[in-house]
Design a protein around this ligand. Structure first.
Ligand SMILES: Nc1ncnc2c1ncn2[C@@H]1O[C@H](COP(=O)(O)OP(=O)(O)OP(=O)(O)O)[C@@H](O)[C@H]1O
Ligand SMILES: [Mg+2]
Length: 269
């Protein structure tokens, strides 16, 4: 899977088989019902591919739901009520923003700007400023350890090992949170813009709800330090982070399996 769509069919099918066996904890043939969260801007062909993979992994029924919707359910938002809810799911490949009301998506938008692009931005920054080459994993570690979207209460630094581009030798440098914030600033601005557009496109009667209830952040990117604070400051709205942001989508799809009525209402195929 890459950026929410299948890049390799065989491997995806194997992965599904593995998880099905593992979840059932036995080797017997099982034909489970499967709920799969997909990005909001997935094409018909991509949808078909996701469903086919699940059927080939011996599913008896497959239901597709929009990731932002299940993220909202997993985060415990009251999505069946008439009031408006806004959820921003910042994942690895995409940031998905949705306004949900009465179990329906009123607005949704997916932008290709999320965790992976942040890792890359850090790599590029260190290459430009220090001629230091680091790998994606190191980029991600730096982001998780000292990355932020708004000034921190306590400054942080981190030692980074990489390879000097010019001398070709291993090198260790120290960077601080301000530098990494600068490296991430374009990524964060893109996400901020997408949120601003979503707020502008939200029908006025739902906007009022959102200004009361605020925005809920999910996905691993929600854990970027002070991202909530930054969004709060720039939008003037209350912002909260889901209890277990990395698991919101999984928890939401799980809830769907035991709420067939709601599943029928929100599944998209
Ligand atoms: N503490 C943290 N600070 C910043 N980013 C983090 C933190 N923890 C995890 N992440 C990032 O969150 C991302 C993964 O989030 P998540 O599991 O929600 O994505 P995904 O659902 O796999 O991707 P997508 O929704 O795009 O398909 C990774 O880029 C990871 O680096
Ligand atoms: Mg996700």
């Amino acid at each position: 899977m890459k950026d929410g769509v299948i890049a390799d069919f065989k491997v995806t099918e194997k992965m599904l088989n593995y998880f099905i066996q593992k979840a059932h904890n036995r080797k017997m043939l099982v034909h489970p019902r499967i709920v799969i969260g997909v990005p909001s801007e997935i094409t018909q062909v991509e949808k078909r591919a996701v469903m086919d993979s699940a059927y080939r992994a011996k599913a008896s029924e497959v239901h597709l739901v929009e990731q932002a919707m299940v993220a909202a359910i997993g985060a415990g938002l009251p999505i069946t009520e008439p009031s408006g809810n806004m959820v921003v799911d910042i994942g690895g490949g995409t940031t998905d923003i949705a306004v949900i009301s009465l179990s329906g998506i009123v607005y949704s938008r997916s932008v290709r700007m999320a965790g992976n692009q942040m890792d890359e931005a850090i790599m590029n920054y260190l290459k430009r400023k220090y001629n230091l080459l680091i790998g994606e994993r190191t980029g991600e570690q730096i982001k998780m350890e000292i990355g932020s979207a708004h000034q921190l209460d306590k400054p942080m630094t981190m030692e980074i090992k990489g390879r000097n581009l010019i001398e070709g030798v291993p090198k260790t440098i120290t960077v601080d949170d301000g530098e990494i914030r600068e490296a991430l600033s374009e990524c964060v601005s893109t996400i901020m813009n997408a949120i601003r557009v979503a707020l502008e496109r939200t029908p006025p009667e739902l906007s009022a709800d959102i200004s009361d209830r605020g925005i809920v952040l999910t996905g691993g990117g929600a854990l970027l330090k002070n991202l909530d604070k930054r969004i709060r400051e720039e939008t003037g709205l209350p912002v909260s982070i889901a209890d277990d942001p990395l698991c919101s989508v999984v928890l939401g799809t799980g809830k769907m399996l035991s709420d067939f009525k709601l599943l029928r209402k929100i599944s998209i195929e």
